[in-house]
Design a protein around this ligand. Sequence first.
Ligand SMILES: Cc1cc2nc3c(=O)[nH]c(=O)nc-3n(C[C@H](O)[C@H](O)[C@H](O)COP(=O)(O)OP(=O)(O)OC[C@H]3O[C@@H](n4cnc5c(N)ncnc54)[C@H](O)[C@@H]3O)c2cc1C
Length: 387
Amino acid sequence: MDDSHAVVVGGGIGGLSAALALHRHGWRVTVLERAPELREVGAGLSLMANAVRALDALGLGPALRRGGHGEAPGGMRNRHGRWLSRVDASEMIRQLGTTALGVHRATLHRTLREALPASSLHTNATVEHVESGPDHAEVRYQGPDGPHTLTADLVVGADGLRSQVRAQLWPQHPGPVYAGSTTWRAAIAFPDPIPAAITWGPGAEFGMVPIGDGQLYWYGAVNAPPGGHAPDELAAVREHFGHWHDPIPALLAATPPEAVLRNDIHYLAAPLPSYVRGRVALLGDAAHPMTPNLGQGAGQAIEDAVVLGAVCAGGAERVPAALAAYDEQRRPRSQSVARASYVAGRLGQQLHNPIAFAMRNIALRLIPGRVALRSMARYADWRPPAG
Ligand SMILES: Cc1cc2nc3c(=O)[nH]c(=O)nc-3n(C[C@H](O)[C@H](O)[C@H](O)COP(=O)(O)OP(=O)(O)OC[C@H]3O[C@@H](n4cnc5c(N)ncnc54)[C@H](O)[C@@H]3O)c2cc1C
């Protein structure tokens, strides 16, 4: 291939996955990340089977299966610990052809980073302006030594929830909105074997996911006004969840206060009309920030990356047709996953009315296992493009 050059704005999971997918298809890539260091802030992640398959397509599946934890059977419980539904993990693996994975975000980020040429990664590089012409696109950014301009055949806007690239290319778009919930999360040392599971209380959810190497990731989400902060966030988590079933109190007791992160949840209520403008494509949270209720945000970003790499395999000359194919393949799927995730949150974590809450729990107990499995597998059953 000629010297096809892509600039990726943002070095999160989405940006690095995109850079790697393009690099594997022969592109020269430049990743511009505004942070002084390339790293992932956050605790753990659930990677559903679709995300694991996408990572397989990037050649990283084996390393991540070693570095993470193949999720054990789990399911849904009420806050007293009674199972509402259980997942038959072996049947799920049989249907989807792979386990889901629990992984530390830092492990995933490092694995992606190490698969890329170090010379392609630039930190302290804040992108200020992106412009697309018919034959090339231009990126202006502030580097540690002043302003720079880069010309590229393709620009990937992977700059996350508050994407500057999205705001610039779709200036009329209203941007993300608050979903009504705040979350706390932490990755902790907790060597006891625990199945990945979710617990629901009224307007609240607690989840736990083993992430390998004697570590466990937990999160707690509650309905709340936006912008809240507690002087001691761990104490706030204990107030909400400290009296829930075992092992939740033990997990909180094993959590150092400084390990706790708090984030309000935002999503794109108005889906974008396109992920592409000229030679610029949006990817990951820049394109489709979603609520975390289906554990699919990063998974969709990695899928985006794999498809982008595949459609761009023909190099710079075919970029316009490739990006049209990218938009066509990725927008309907990622937007339907985002919608389903929002609905899952409304009927799951956010459900608060006592009657609706009790009816939902009864219904869950009555649903046959294979029906529950089918609905859980629905969005995880994705295969990368052939070739
Ligand atoms: C509480 C919570 C739990 C979640 N759990 C899961 C889960 O279990 N499974 C799952 O799949 N997903 C989960 N997600 C979603 C997942 O975290 C995101 O979808 C994913 O991290 C998005 O990656 P990204 O690379 O698109 O964006 P980001 O991770 O936001 O990366 C964007 C990068 O761009 C950089 N940047 C921004 N602006 C500029 C600029 N102007 N110039 C240069 N660089 C810039 C930023 O510094 C950042 O490094 C969860 C999200 C939350 C909030």
